[in-house]
Ligand binder design. Sequence first.
Ligand SMILES: *Cc1c(COP(=O)(O)O)cnc(C)c1O
Length: 375
Amino acid sequence: MKPMLPFTRPTIDEETLQEVLEVLRSGWLASGPKVKAFEAALSDYFGGRPVRTQTSATASLEHALLLCGIGAGDEVIVPAMSFVATANVVARVGARPVFVDVQLDSRNIDLDQVEAAITPRTRAILPVHFAGLPVDVDRLYAIAERHRLRVIEDAAQAIGSSCRGRRIGSFGDLVCFSFHPNKNITCIEGGAVVGGSPEEVRELELHRFHGQVKSGPDEVDTLFAGGKANLSDVAACIGLGQLKRLEEFTTRRRALAARYFERWAQDPPLRLPARGEEGHNWHMLTALLPLERLRLTRRQFIEAMAERGIGVGVHYPAMHLFSAYRAMGYHEGQFPNAERIGRETVTLPLFPAMELADVDRVVEAVTDILRGTTR
Ligand SMILES: *Cc1c(COP(=O)(O)O)cnc(C)c1O
C-alpha cells in the first residue's frame, strides 16, 4: 500500500532545524531578536507596513478588535462560513457576531448582503479570504468607508495571496495572519496583525504582554490588564525560515491546484470551488459532494478515501449552527449557502511537498469512489 497522503502537511527544511537548535542553545527562548527579525521580514514583505506578532491568529484578531474599541453592545459582520475563531473572537470581546451568507463557490462573504446587515450598532466588518481566495477588497472597503466601519481582515489563510496585483496585507485596515502548521507558512503556533496607526501598534504590544511598559532597569508600569500572547524566538526562527520559501510554496500550490482543475476539466464528480484570479494562494482545495445524487454519505466518502490512504478534511461546518451561536438565536435556514457548504464540503490533499502524481492518485480515488454510487 502507498504511504498515507494527508490533506496537508508542513514543510520544514534542514537549515531551519539547524537554526532552531542555535536559538535553543543561545539561552534566549522567549521574545527576543528573532521575533524582531521575523516582524521586520514580514513588514518588508507587506511593503513596510507595521507588523506585530502574537501566539495565534485568534489572539491577533482578538487584539485587533480590542484596538478598535469593540466590545459589549457592538456588532461585527462576519461570514457564516469560516473556521469558528472568526466568530468566537467577536463574542469573546463581548460583541455580537452578525452572520452574513457566503457565495457558494468562492465561500467568501456575499458583499451584496453586507449592507443589509449593517445597523447603528455595527462597528466593523470581519471578512475571511476563504482558502486564500481574496474577497473583492475594492468593493469591501467602499462599503466600509460609506458606513464608517473598521475592517479587520481574517487573512489567516491568505498569506501569499493578492487581489488585482496587490498583496493581501500590503494595504487595508487591520489584516490578521496565522502561522498554524496547517497554514501556508508556519511557526508552529503564531499570528500577526499588519497595519494600524503608531498608537495602535503600541497598544498591540501592550495587549500581548500584560499591558506593561518598562521605563528603566528598575521601573515598570502596567497601563491595563493586558494578556499574554507574545511569540517565542524559537517560533519566530521557524517563521523566518518559512517566509523565505513562501513564494516557492505558493507557486507549487498553484501548480497542484491547476492539476486538479485540468484533470477535472470535464464533468467533475464533485463541485469544484471558484478558481478566482491568479493571486489565489490555494491554501486549500475544497469541493462539494453532490450528496442528493449519491448513495453515499460524506462520512462514508471520507472513510473510503482513508481506506485508499488519502486524508480528507472538512472545512467547515456553518458557524451559526454551533451550540454557542444557536444560543444567540441563530438557526437553520438563515444562511443556505453556508449550510450547504457545511453539509457537503470535503478538503482534498494540497500541500507543497506533494507531486502532480499525488493529485492524480486523489483524482482517480475520488472518481472511483463516486462512480457507480450516483442514484
Ligand atoms: C486558522 C484560522 C484562524 C485561527 O488561526 P490560529 O493561528 O490557529 O489561531 C482564524 N481564522 C481562519 C479563517 C483560520 O483559517
